[in-house]
Write a protein that binds this ligand. Sequence first.
Ligand SMILES: [Fe+2]
Ligand SMILES: [Fe+2]
Length: 271
Amino acid sequence: MKTVNELCRTILESGDLASKLLSPRDIPRLDDPMAPALHIDRPARGPSIRMRGGSERLPRLGELTGEGSRAVTLARFAHHEMMAVELFAWALLRWPEMPAPLRRGMLHALADEQEHLALYVARLEALGSRLEDHVLSDYFWQHVPAIEASANGPLAFLCSVGLTFEQANLDFSLLYRDAFRAAGDEECAKVMQRVHDDEQSHVKLAATWLARLKDPAQSDVEAYREAVPFPLSAARAKGRRFDVPSRRRAGLSEEMIEHVRNARPYERSEP
Ligand SMILES: [Fe+2]
Ligand SMILES: [Fe+2]
C-alpha cells in the first residue's frame, strides 16, 4: 500500500476484517497527488460481516454482568468503529480537494478507529465471541446518501460524523465505561476510556474545521444547523449522561454545548 488513495479504496472495496484494519500509519507519504473524486455508495462486506437494516435492542446497563450481554454490546461498538473507519475513507475519496491538514487529521482519526475496532474485537474474543456471530446494522451508512447529496460537502460530513455521532460517543463511552466497571469487567472499562479519550480529538477535528470552513458571518451553532443533514440533529449528538468537560476539551463553544444540551428530537409532524 503506497498511497492514501489506494488504502482508502482497499478499505472500502474489500469485504474482510483484515483489510478494514490496514493502517495509514504504515504509508510512507500521506500527501499523495490529488486523485479525481470517487463516489462509493456502499462498502464491500463479505458474508461474515454483511450489514443489515435495523438493529436489535442493546442489553440494559444492569445486564452487563452477563457475558452474552457484554458480547452483544461489544459487537455493536466494534461495528460502529468499522463503519467509522469506512466513513473516513469514504470522505477522503469523495473530497480530494479538502485542505491537506484536514485530510491528515481524518487519516489520523481513521487509524484511531481501526485501533478501537481491534480493541473491541480482542475483548469479544476474550469472551469467546466474534464479530461474525452478531447482527451488524448499517446505521451510519444509512446517512451517507444525505451527506453525499448535501450542498455543504465536507461540512455535512464533519457535522454528521464528528459533531453528531462522535460527540454523542463522548457521553456513551463514559456511560459504558462505568457500566462495564460496575459489572466487574475492568478490561472493557479501559477500552471505553481509551475510546473516550481519542473521541475528544475527533470531535475537536470537526469543531476546528467547522470554524475554518463555515461562513464567518455564522456562529458555529448556525453553521452546524445548516450543514447537518436531516434526520440528524443536535438531539442525536448526546447520550443520556451529558458530559461537559470532555466537550470543552474537544473545543466546543459554550453556545454549542448549550445548544446540544437543550436539543429535543424532531417532532413526528416534521418531514
Ligand atoms: Fe472510535
Ligand atoms: Fe471517533
